[in-house]
Design a protein around this ligand. Structure first.
Ligand code: TRP
Length: 341
């Protein structure tokens, strides 16, 4: 390879690898978009990083799931990835099971350097055992090693995920260290990485926006009418008071205003609140419009993609082929170093 300049060579050597994954638990909503997907986009478009994104469908099999819908759910999240602007030209975008042979293989090798007791002691494992006491499977126990394989197969050093995933990243670092010490691998110790993710509250006034809580989320494909209907159910108060609420429905509404209409608009409503009063009907109408404007381009892109399923299939296949080259290299190296053929 010939490099135009020393700078270009440096840029290629220095690029930090990023990997992030999402479980295929249905289409994305506004919370996933502002909380995760927008951060992924920023990383993808920043030349300092080499980015990989994956829809982790094998992880879905570690807890009870519907085999009839999994394939479609994974494809749906993949299309959502493309709709929000993840670009197969710039990032390696995969559905995990397209590389099942390599990723599950690597996770098995990782299981030789990790103890059963350590896996059983993880808070995420214990919680799943409480949720599904009759489904404490080997796959569930192995979940963190599968995740470590997702990350380390690309030798990624940065993983943009929520704080709840920190225990899993600790396992990934432990595995990386042991593979390096025992077998002379050169895995990085991957760190959790926070993007400028926004905390997106539930429409209902408590907790964060979630798919599983009825009425709490705006979906990426909601039209203006649906958004307005959902907003109209968001709890409010009389619209007036001495101090602006910092928790509950009104606080959340003001937070939405800030996210979609900016902080000056929020300040305006806040001074109405301590002054003549806020008219929530008008606020919600304007807010619905602003949210819809943000979603419109994503929805248009999605429509385009839905009209061309062959294109989507090709993107999924090419994404897998591109990522496979790197994944194969890592697995080959691990096998050699572990004394396997
Ligand atoms: N465990 C992650 C979650 O529940 C999903 C996941 C699997 C993941 N593999 C990953 C996230 C690799 C980041 C990188 O959200």
């Amino acid at each position: 390879m010939v490099f135009e300049s020393y700078c270009e060579l440096q840029e290629i050597i220095m690029k930090k690898r990023v990997l992030s994954g999402m479980r295929p638990t249905g289409r994305l909503h506004l919370g996933n978009y502002l909380g995760a997907a927008k951060g992924m986009l920023e990383l993808q478009n920043n030349p300092e990083y080499e980015t990989y994104f994956t829809v982790v469908d094998i992880h879905a099999t570690t807890t009870p799931y519907d085999a009839k819908t999994l394939r479609q759910s994974a494809r749906d999240v993949y299309i959502d990835y493309l709709s929000v602007g993840l670009d197969p030209e710039k990032s390696g975008i995969t559905i995990q099971s397209d590389l099942a042979d390599l990723i599950t293989q690597l996770s098995f090798y990782f299981s030789s350097v990790e103890s059963v007791a350590r896996m059983q002691d993880l808070p995420t494992f214990k919680e799943k055992v409480r949720q599904h006491p009759h489904n404490v499977t080997m796959a569930l126990l192995n979940y963190p090693l599968l995740m470590a394989a997702d990350i380390l197969i690309y030798k990624a050093s940065l993983v943009p995920v929520g704080i709840d995933q920190e225990p899993h990243l600790e396992v990934a670092r432990e595995v990386a260290r042991r593979m390096n010490d025992r077998f002379g691998m050169d895995f990085p110790e991957p760190k959790r990485f926070s993007t400028k993710a926004e905390y997106v509250p539930s429409l209902l006034g408590e907790g964060k926006m979630s798919k599983t809580v009825e009425g709490s989320a705006i979906d990426l494909n909601d039209d203006l009418d649906t958004i307005l209907k959902k907003l109209s159910k968001a709890p409010t108060d009389s619209g007036q008071g001495e101090v602006v609420p910092t928790t509950g429905g009104v606080a959340n509404l003001f937070q939405f205003v800030e996210l979609f209409q900016g902080s000056p608009k929020r300040a305006e409503y806040e001074s109405q609140y301590t002054g003549n009063g806020v008219r929530y009907g008008d606020l919600k109408k304007e807010l619905a419009q602003a949210i819809f404007e943000e979603l419109r381009p994503i929805q248009e892109k999605r429509k385009e993609l839905e009209l061309d399923p062959e294109f989507v299939d090709r993107m999924i296949l090419e994404g897998a082929e591109k990522s496979r080259i790197i994944a194969e290299g890592t697995v080959r190296e691990v096998r050699e170093k572990m004394g396997l053929r």
